[in-house]
Design a protein around this ligand. Structure first.
Ligand SMILES: [Zn+2]
Length: 81
């Protein structure tokens, strides 16, 4: 990883951030994501393994949203089985 921002050549800092992540036309916010952040323009860079994890979380989130459409009682019975 370069220690300079490729847009403005500002200094990059590695820290945990509230990441803004675009996935399937949705913007998702995920807390405590390790990322490189430009001190000057605020550009965020994720390492490949971190990016994959963000994708997995986003995919999980869309599954959770689909789960909500099932009746709660039916969901409870499935859990007890
Ligand atoms: Zn920058």
């Amino acid at each position: 990883m370069e220690d300079k921002c490729e847009f403005c050549l500002g200094t990059m800092e590695y820290r945990r951030i509230l990441a803004r992540f675009r996935f399937m036309k949705e913007t998702i916010y995920i807390e405590n994501v390790p990322a490189w952040v430009c001190q000057r323009c605020g550009e965020q860079y994720f390492e490949a393994k971190v990016y994959k994890r963000l994708e997995a979380i986003a995919r999980q989130r869309s599954l959770i949203q689909r789960t909500i459409v099932f009746p709660l009682a039916e969901f409870d019975m499935a859990m007890a089985a």
